[in-house]
Design a protein around this ligand. Structure first.
Ligand SMILES: NC(=O)c1ccc[n+]([C@@H]2O[C@H](COP(=O)([O-])OP(=O)(O)OC[C@H]3O[C@@H](n4cnc5c(N)ncnc54)[C@H](OP(=O)(O)O)[C@@H]3O)[C@@H](O)[C@H]2O)c1
Length: 326
């Protein structure tokens, strides 16, 4: 079992490194169902919090998690999300992203309640350990959304509440309605905006930061040279042909540093995040069990002050070229 820490002040103890299951939905390349279930079970057995969402694969991802839970006796901590509309028959509010397309968001109390029962059925569970609003709904006050989520806690269907991609102000308003245990936001050596307003607010309120795309959607592993045509990262400006080449040059010293330390670039990126505080929980995704072990070994990497200063000097905020999300 990997090292555990409190998820939010006084919260449950979960693995300091989680497993992001979105990667199993073909965004970065195909994955067979049997392999996906084996990989998920491997992450569960390692003691990693599983991160899913109802929208991943249009419900398929939660179904996979449910199947994986049936293959292992290890008690799992399962996080999932609602709010991105993925059924053409459902209505929502348009939310533009920096990826050149819009998301459709519904976080009305009525949709919140329906989403919960659908997720529980797919997961084949009677409860969700950590339930996030994936994005807040521009047309629904956050108090109404969180009020409906709190009702799920009262009903015993959800243990802890989370928000994803929310602002510091929205988090304060939500936390006043019901304690929020974790906030999920993109955080990595090439996306450090979370350090500005978000992280100080979370620390004041005793909320954990769950960092998504901790490997920069694979970029920080140093292994992304050229993208396949159907690769989702084609939509991300940081991965456009010109930006990707420039970014590889800009971040090359990090790859060299990992070599000097005798660790992989992925381990360096994760170890740096883990050194930002016990309240930061990276959730890397991979389709390969061996890489789960490689990433978990980042927990054993101790970066001294000198090395941390060298990393800061290389990967200073704003270094990456190209926009990311909202
Ligand atoms: N809340 C949100 O809005 C939001 C948004 C995005 C993501 N997320 C969550 O965050 C999780 C992680 O984010 P992500 O999957 O976008 O990006 P990520 O974890 O930063 O990177 C995933 C990519 O890195 C590769 N990889 C992983 N470990 C590796 C290693 N040791 N060596 C080389 N390559 C490695 C994977 O490829 P292989 O599969 O080939 O190993 C995959 O292409 C998601 O799965 C999802 O659960 C949440």
């Amino acid at each position: 079992m990997i090292e555990q820490a409190e998820l939010g002040r006084g919260g449950p103890r979960v693995g300091r490194l989680g497993y992001g299951a979105m990667v199993l939905e073909g965004l970065y390349g195909a994955s067979e169902e049997a392999d996906a279930i084996t990989t998920l079970a491997h992450a569960i057995d390692a003691g990693m919090m599983i991160d899913s969402a109802d929208a991943y694969g249009g419900g398929r991802n939660e179904t996979l998690v449910g199947k994986a839970l049936g293959t292992t006796a290890t008690e799992a901590f399962v996080a999932t999300k609602f709010g991105i509309v993925f059924d053409d028959n459902e209505r929502g509010t348009e939310l533009p992203t920096g990826w050149g397309f819009s998301l459709n968001i519904n976080a009305t109390p009525e949709y919140v309640a329906r989403s919960l029962d659908a997720s529980l059925a797919r997961l084949e569970r009677d409860h969700i350990d950590l339930w996030y609003a994936h994005y807040l709904d521009p047309a629904t006050p956050v108090e109404e959304t969180v009020g409906a989520m709190a009702a799920a806690v009262t009903a015993g269907k959800v243990r802890y509440l989370g928000l994803s991609n929310a602002t510091a102000d929205e988090i304060r308003r939500a936390h006043a309605v019901h304690p929020i245990s974790a906030v999920q936001y993109e955080y990595s050596l090439w996306r450090r905006e979370a350090e500005q307003d978000l992280l100080p607010t979370l620390r004041e309120l005793g909320i954990a930061l769950v960092g998504w795309s901790p490997l920069g959607a694979g970029f920080l592993t140093g292994q992304v040279a050229q993208l396949e045509e159907n690769d989702f990262r084609q939509n991300i400006p940081r991965f456009s042909q010109d930006n990707l080449a420039a970014n590889r040059d800009r971040f090359a010293p990090l790859i060299d540093l990992a070599g000097e330390l005798g660790i992989t670039p992925a381990q360096l990126a994760l170890a740096w995040l883990l050194h930002q505080g016990e309240d930061v929980f990276p959730i890397p995704g991979t389709r390969k069990s061996a890489r789960i072990d490689e990433n978990a070994a980042a927990l054993e990497v101790a970066l001294d002050a000198d090395t941390l200063a060298r990393i800061e000097a290389i990967a200073r905020p704003g270094l990456a070229l190209g926009a990311t999300l909202v």
